[in-house]
Write a protein that binds this ligand. Structure first.
Ligand SMILES: *Cc1c(COP(=O)(O)O)cnc(C)c1O
Length: 433
């Protein structure tokens, strides 16, 4: 444990010099110094332990410092941490590619490795553009998406994020303006209402000649509002894309690897996209790595005409350390009996969060797979609520009106009950404050 003076120092430097996600440089939200993490526990520098409800933003599905993941990363670091992927290849990349092709929906056979989710979205969008360019349909060069989506923070990824929550007005004139269909309204549990797809159909019927791809998050809209929509919407979207020769890009960066109760969001609808992005949980939360999988048709089409190659190649492409730990994380996921773990998580979240539904200022409580959401009628006070959660011994980080949980799959019933009880208590305190 660090002595208090060292910790004070660390916080002071951090506050003065380090940017944290979505917070002010002059008046930043407080941060809590962490010394280590293992299993479902995050240990603060002052010795307190917090039960983790966030899996570090969808990533740490096996919890922290899992011995199998630590072991392969140690081994691999001794063998080869990195070599360039231009002109070279290696077993970690091939083994990860093999697993991804086998695990993902049928037809996705061409794997591109990159560094992060946002970059994966850039890569996927460039693939769609280059596909139509190479096949002589240059007029198909605009993207279509649905509102309430989130696809990352780089420029083209931002251009398909929800225009309101993504603050497009700040970047007007810089961001390309793409087409937005209304968000799906029919929820995962409701009976399907065919009217939900009409607006998307109309947009596509009117403008398909200019659309190269429809990009969406399958079934779960994450950072754009934590919404669960009906799988039939996704099915219908697939059919429309087929009918009008538009590529379907599935952004599975949040939903991939079991979080929604199926291995991928697309599995709920039984569809295969033309291009799919994975990231976040890909390495079990150990390192940053993402992958884009494309169908054979996209891979071949793109390579068939000018310039004949895909114009992207990050320095750390196929990083052996990251690929090795990702392959191990996938094996671990399969060995863990994840379907049982996630359905047990769903039951625990439903039961544990249900008292929130009786709180007047709570608009909705919803659970899908390992995701539990309590939606309030007003945005929370971040400083106050964050401190309260820490005082309750849990790590939960709300945004806006949303208090949500997506714990590591390995959490046991007792820790899960502790976590949901803390949410119920803190939400009660928050709305009466
Ligand atoms: C987090 C996320 C991204 C961006 O990934 P980064 O690794 O943060 O760049 C893109 N799409 C979805 C659906 C995400 O949840």
């Amino acid at each position: 444990m660090l002595p208090d003076s060292k910790v004070d120092n660390l916080i002071a430097f951090d506050r003065k010099h380090l940017w944290h996600p979505y917070t002010s440089m002059t008046d930043p939200l407080p941060v809590f110094p962490v010394s280590s993490a293992s299993g479902v526990r995050i240990r603060l520098c002052d010795g307190r332990e917090l039960v983790d409800g966030m899996a570090s933003w969808w990533a740490a599905i096996h919890g922290y410092s899992h011995p199998r993941l630590v072991r392969v990363i140690r081994d691999q670091a001794g063998i080869m941490s990195h070599v360039m992927f231009g002109g070279l290849t290696h077993e970690p990349a091939v083994e990860l590619g093999r697993r991804l092709v086998a695990l993902t929906p049928a037809g996705l056979e061409r794997v591109f490795f990159c560094d992060s989710g946002s970059v994966a979205v850039e890569v996927a969008m460039k693939m769609a553009l280059q596909y139509f360019h190479a096949t002589g349909q240059q007029e198909k060069h605009r993207f279509l998406t649905i509102r309430s989506g989130y696809h990352g923070d780089t420029f083209h990824a931002m251009s398909v994020c929800d225009p309101v929550s993504g603050m497009h007005h700040i970047y007007s004139g810089v961001l390309p303006e793409y087409a937005f269909a209304p968000r799906p309204e029919c929820t995962f549990d409701q009976a399907w209402d065919d009217r939900d797809i009409h607006a998307l159909r109309e947009l596509i019927e009117n403008r398909h000649r200019e659309f190269c791809a429809l990009i969406l998050e399958p079934v779960v809209q994450g950072a754009g509002g934590m919404r669960f929509y009906h799988p039939e919407y996704l099915k219908q979207a697939r059919l429309l894309c087929d009918e009008f020769d538009i590529l379907l890009i599935a952004d599975e960066i949040a939903t991939g690897f079991g979080r929604s109760g199926r291995m991928f969001g697309c599995n709920h609808a039984g569809i295969s996209p033309d291009i799919m992005c994975v990231g976040k949980a890909l390495t079990g939360g150990v390192m940053s790595l993402a992958a884009v999988l494309a169908s054979d048709r996209v891979g071949r089409g793109l390579s068939s005409g000018s310039p004949g190659v895909f114009m992207h190649g990050p320095t750390f492409m196929g990083n052996p350390l990251a690929c090795r730990v990702a392959a191990e994380s996938i094996d671990l996921l399969i060995d863990s009996g994840w379907e049982k773990l996630v359905s047990r998580l769903a039951q625990g979240l439903k039961k544990g969060l249900s008292p929130c539904a009786a709180i007047e200022q709570v608009n909705d409580v919803r659970v899908l797979g390992g995701i539990g959401v309590v939606e309030l009628s007003q945005p929370v006070d971040m400083v106050r609520i964050q401190q309260r959660f820490v005082d309750h011994g849990v790590w939960v980080r709300p945004f806006g009106k949303l208090v949500y949980l997506m714990p590591p799959y390995i959490i046991d019933d007792e820790d899960l009950a502790f976590l949901t009880a803390a949410v119920v208590d803190v939400v009660r305190e928050e709305v009466s404050a």
